[in-house]
Every structure is written in structure tokens, then in C-alpha cells.
Design a binder for this molecule. Structure first.
Ligand SMILES: [Fe+2]
Length: 258
């Protein structure tokens, strides 16, 4: 069982912040004081309260209540590796795709020593970046020093499309959690893949610093979800792999983007 990036508290806090609601406003709507709401947000809830909160925040009630038991049912694919590395008290993903002679890395993790040790002498042809948060780009300088080609999110968005043998990569803008964010839709591999950075996780979304960013995140995600098939695998920057279809059905934020 792979641990999800977020639990119910995280989702509620991200939704409140993303929608620009104040705690006092939410507390008042629930008929409680702010102190009590804080306890609720820290885990002192029941299904009735979660129902009221999810309605208020336009979250999917069943998906929210079911989040602690949610595990995306997707199988690993040979040639695709999730490299999980430490990031402070948490962890961060880097994705390595090796197929028919092409070797591509997506993000670098936080600590240069960790990515060098994980690659164990392997030299990917290209390292694509999703966004410039420290937990995703901490290994850039070390990889650059070894002569690897790095393509930043801005360059990727500008270029728009890449081809490596049979592998085709189309760049989709997923700005919102971080601006800019480049995501990579990969076809020509055994499964179609979508490397999304922190735009979306299994059962959650990346946190947004303002309602404007949240609106942008929802809009850019919606565009991607409209374009990609349900069986396309989603490779997030944190937590387990999932798919477009699974997140359409089981992500508490689904009404905002699907
Ligand atoms: Fe991030």
C-alpha cells in the first residue's frame, strides 16, 4: 500500500484556502466557533460534518469520506520507474522512463546525493522539469555538472513537443499550484502517461497560494482531463501513480476539474 500525499485534513485546508474562504466564515456557516472548526479540521469530524463541509467547498462527499481507504488500482509498467526520495519529513517522486534505447528523467528530487545514488551511473538523455519548487529541482546542478541536458518547464512549454524514437511527448500547461508548470503527456510507450508535477495527486491536488491560483489550477487541469483518455496513467510528484479515469471518479476535488 502506497501512502497518499494528502489526508482529509489536507484536502479540506487546501479547498478552504483555494476557494478563499475564511475560517470564521466556514465556522459560521456550520454554526460553530472558529476554535471548534479548527478541531474539526484537525480530525475531529464525523460523516455528517464532512458532508456539510464538502457541500460548502464543492468537494465530492463520498470521495472525501473514502479518502483514507483510497488506493488507485493501477499496475506498474516495465520500463517506467517511480524513484521515491526523501524531502525533509516527507518524500518526493522522480520518474524514469526507459524504452527502446531512450532514457528520460522527469524532475530530480531535492537532494543531489540522492538522485546521483538512485541513477547509479545511468545518464538519462534528457531531464525534464515540471516546476521550480525545491523538492523537484534540487538535483539539477549535479546532473548538469555531469553533462546531462536539462529542459526547464518554461523551455518545455515554449517548445511544446518532443520526439525520442517512438516516444512522443506533448507539453501541457498545468500552471496553478506553481506558475509555470509543465506537464508531459507521453504516447508511443506501452501505456500513455501524464507526468503532472504537483498539479494533481491520487486523491488530492497541489496546494494553491491564492484563489486566483486555484482557479487557474482547476482550469488547466480541466483542459488536460478533457483531452486525455481514462486509461492514461498519471505520474504525480508525490504519492502513488494513478490514472485519469480513477481521479475523475475518486478525487475529492473532481467537481473542480473533471
Ligand atoms: Fe510543488
Amino acid at each position: 500500500m502506497s501512502q497518499l500525499e494528502d489526508g482529509i485534513s489536507d484536502v479540506l485546508n487546501k479547498a478552504i484556502r483555494g476557494l478563499g474562504r475564511s475560517l470564521s466564515e466556514v465556522a459560521q456557516a456550520l454554526g460553530m466557533d472558529e476554535g471548534r472548526l479548527q478541531h474539526v479540521l484537525n480530525g475531529d469530524w464525523d460523516d455528517v460534518l464532512l458532508g456539510k463541509l464538502s457541500t460548502m467547498l464543492d468537494l465530492d462527499t463520498q470521495a472525501l469520506i473514502g479518502l483514507p481507504l483510497y488506493q488507485p488500482d493501477v499496475s506498474e509498467v516495465i520500463g517506467l520507474k517511480r524513484i521515491i526520495m526523501p524531502y525533509r519529513a516527507w518524500s518526493v517522486n522522480t520518474w524514469l522512463l526507459e524504452y527502446e534505447g531512450a532514457s528520460l528523467l522527469f524532475d530530480t528530487g531535492w537532494n543531489r546525493a540522492d538522485i546521483l545514488s538512485e541513477l547509479n551511473g545511468l545518464r538519462p538523455d534528457v531531464v525534464f522539469l515540471t516546476h521550480a519548487h525545491e523538492d523537484h529541482v534540487g538535483g539539477v546542478e549535479a546532473l548538469q555538472a555531469l553533462g546531462m541536458k536539462i529542459i526547464s518547464e518554461s523551455e518545455a512549454l515554449q517548445i511544446g513537443e518532443f520526439q525520442f524514437g517512438k516516444i512522443r511527448i506533448q507539453v501541457l500547461d498545468l500552471s496553478g499550484h506553481c506558475v509555470p508548470t509543465a506537464s508531459y503527456w507521453i504516447t508511443g510507450f506501452k501505456k500513455s502517461l501524464w507526468v503532472v508535477g504537483d498539479a494533481i495527486f491520487a486523491g488530492s491536488m497541489g496546494g494553491c497560494k491564492s484563489p486566483e491560483n486555484f482557479t487557474m489550477a482547476a482550469a488547466t487541469l480541466r483542459k488536460g482531463f478533457e483531452q486525455l483518455d481514462d486509461d492514461c496513467l498519471i505520474l504525480p510528484g508525490h504519492g502513488p501513480m494513478t490514472s485519469v479515469g480513477l481521479e475523475k471518479a475518486s478525487n475529492p476535488f473532481r467537481k473542480h476539474f473533471a
